[in-house]
Design a protein around this ligand. Structure first.
Ligand SMILES: [Zn+2]
Length: 195
């Protein structure tokens, strides 16, 4: 499956079509929200009622991120974040940390509302469970490590470790840092430019 939360996750609300257009997930092991696709961040902000000027922190999706998957029109929504860690216009890879789970907006407890739409209109929602492989059933599941391995990240790790002459322990330490994976990608890109 392709879940925005890694490790153990709990499905706290099923996808129900028009009456619940996404699936609600609670991170048991980690509250970090990862992009499920390579794409462009189209929105990273508070959800706003159209016509309203001020921020209502208990409205709709709360702090949310919308990513358009590369080469498609599909929009992936990650809602109710306590913290947003990307900005609109940014290109992200699958697996990148884009925010932290929270309960902003219309939410009673901490969870990620994960929704996929064909356009930005809220009538074009798709079956997120089918597309992501996350079971549409309340319960606790595990995002397997093998499902989330990213070839580009693996290559970046190899480049950084080799060129900087780092040992395995240092690499583990780097990755355990919250933005470690992004740092490794940036270092690898910088090292590639130096040649
Ligand atoms: Zn929801």
């Amino acid at each position: 499956m392709n879940s925005p939360l890694y490790g153990k996750i709990r499905v706290s609300q099923r996808y129900k079509g028009a009456s619940h257009k996404g699936i609600d997930l609670v991170g048991v092991d980690s509250k970090e929200i990862h992009s499920t696709v390579d794409g462009i961040v189209e929105a990273a902000r508070w959800d706003m009622q159209s016509g309203s000027s001020g921020i209502d922190t208990s409205y709709g999706m709360g702090q949310y991120v919308r990513i358009r998957a590369e080469d498609t029109d599909y929009r992936h929504y990650f809602a109710h974040m306590s913290q947003i860690l990307v900005t609109a216009g940014q290109r992200v890879k699958r697996g990148a940390v884009i925010g932290i789970e929270g309960s902003t907006g219309n939410a009673t407890g901490s969870h990620v509302h994960y929704e996929i739409r064909r356009t930005t209109r809220n009538t074009t929602f798709l079956n997120v469970s089918e597309l992501s492989g996350i079971p549409n059933q309340l319960g606790t599941y595990e995002q397997e490590e093998t499902d989330i391995s990213d070839p580009a990240l693996e290559e970046a790790k190899r480049v950084v470790q080799e060129k900087a002459g780092l040992n395995d322990n240092t690499m583990v330490y780097l990755q355990s840092y919250r933005f470690g994976e992004e740092l490794i990608r940036k270092l690898a890109a910088a090292m590639a430019e130096q040649v």
